[in-house]
Design a protein around this ligand. Structure first.
Ligand SMILES: [Zn+2]
Length: 455
């Protein structure tokens, strides 16, 4: 949310000594922005602590695409990242990359509040805040840059406290004046996001609710840190927004992607193992879901399934419920139930990859060494989805199919910006690839490596 300006400094810190070679011109066109964002993602990926959970990624994509239509973003692709971070944070990076910490679900109560956060992030993209920040960057001194690089590295690795102490360090004054650039952008993102949120059929008040949470979080930290108290962004932004709320007209509430019980189920899954905030939404309803997950994690699959079956129907018959039912029945061997849950999700969300990935895991559970055809098509359409390659890796390992293992590792390396490793894996895949098998997957990886290298 607040670290938008910081993002371009991440770019600087990631690219190390090449930092000063990055200019606003790199982001001047949409295509440049997309290429730049993808290169940034490959370099940063390892430090983002991704949650490679197909259901979470599909859902986040669906939310983002629904909102994206409300912005002037043309054909910009969306890259949805579910992250393990526990802080209340989300970010937008150039070229349609949106990352969301699972920690946000501790405080959020509804899909429309999540949408408020996503609308704010998409507004940063539609208003081209990265480009505009970078264009103003000559106003920031080298010393400030170094401080910022440290702050951002700390934020990206989830060390919030380290980030705060860096802010308090010697460069604090410079850092503060540089941070103030972003305040106008934050307000703009709130305002544009608010309008988009309403048009997408979500209660505009949710934006205000989210800013209230942000303000509370800031006032909590400012008891310890004077710096933050001089920047009551959350409170300022909230009163700004409340004035605008009254002007939102013709709002029609639409139907959410997830029903309310479905969202509550999903929320419980996301906040597993996290400490609930004192004033946050009640986590009471999560108790049985969390003990079910505990049994699952310790290998007591039948016990976990029994707990699942004991949940009220309005929880079980949700998409989050089907996702869990798939995971549980794969382990207990109730494959008819797995099939049925997979088909239901696929029927409602034909674009989702989760059902096809689940079918790979079903083939493994049933000791059927045939890679489902549909997953291969998905790999051609969406090679940037890491979860596909992780599924291929599981399949290769289960059936000792080396060629698939090398292919999966090649893509994994490529998506993490390790071009040499990707090439090595590709060579190994070529050497072990059965001559009777279609060669096109190898060409696809080859092309992708060459394209990424050229950036
Ligand atoms: Zn923001």
């Amino acid at each position: 949310m607040r670290n938008l300006l910081l993002i371009w400094i991440v770019l600087c810190s990631i690219f190390g000594t090449r930092a000063y070679a990055i200019s606003a011109e790199d982001l001047a066109t949409r295509d440049g922005e997309i290429a730049f964002g993808q290169a940034w993602l490959k370099n940063t990926r390892e430090r983002l602590y991704e949650r490679v959970d197909p259901f979470c990624i599909d859902l986040l994509e669906t939310w983002l695409i629904r909102l994206k239509n409300q912005f002037d973003l043309g054909s910009m692709p969306i890259t949805a990242l579910c992250l393990n971070g526990i802080n209340f944070n989300a970010f937008a990076a150039p070229g349609g990359i949106i990352g969301v910490n699972r920690g946000i679900y501790l405080d959020l109560d509804s899909e429309s509040e999540v949408m408020a956060i996503l609308a704010h992030e998409l507004a940063h993209l539609s208003q081209r805040h990265h480009y505009r920040s970078l264009r103003n960057s000559e106003r920031i001194s080298t010393g400030t840059l170094a401080t910022f690089a440290g702050i951002v590295a700390a934020i990206a690795t989830g060390q919030g406290q380290a980030a705060h102490s860096l802010i308090m360090g010697g460069q604090a004054a410079n850092a503060a004046s540089a941070l103030s650039y972003s305040r106008d952008y934050e307000r703009e993102a709130d305002r544009i996001g608010l309008a988009a949120l309403g048009r997408a059929g979500y209660r505009p008040e949710s934006m205000s609710a989210v800013l209230k949470i942000l303000a509370e979080k800031q006032s909590q930290s400012s008891k310890k840190l004077a710096f933050l108290s001089t920047h009551p962004l959350g409170i300022e932004r909230q009163s700004d927004l409340d004035a605008r709320l009254s002007q939102v007209k013709d709002f029609k509430e639409g139907s959410p992607v997830l029903s309310d019980p479905d969202f509550q189920f999903f929320r419980c899954l996301q906040i597993e193992g996290l400490e609930p905030p004192i004033n946050g939404p009640s986590n009471l309803s999560c108790t049985s879901i969390h003990s079910m997950l505990r049994h699952y994690r310790t290998g007591n699959f039948s016990k976990a399934l029994k707990l699942f079956d004991g949940l009220p129907t309005h929880y079980k018959k949700t998409f989050s419920g089907f996702d869990i039912e798939i995971a549980l029945t794969l382990k207990t061997g109730d494959f008819k139930r797995t099939e049925s849950a997979i088909s239901t999700v696929a029927l409602f969300f034909p674009s989702w990859l989760q059902p096809d990935i689940a079918r790979v895991d079903l083939a493994i559970a049933q000791s059927r060494p045939i890679l489902p055809r549909a997953i291969r098509e998905r790999m051609i359409q969406r090679p940037e989805r890491l979860d596909l390659w992780r599924a291929l890796g599981r399949f290769a390992q289960a059936f000792k199919q080396e060629h698939f293992m090398f292919e999966a590792r090649g893509w994994d390396a490529l998506l993490h910006g390790k071009f040499e490793a990707a090439s090595t894996q590709l060579k190994r895949a070529r050497a072990s690839w059965p001559s009777t098998l279609d060669q096109r997957p190898l060409d696809l990886l080859d092309q992708a490596i060459n394209q990424s290298r050229a950036l």
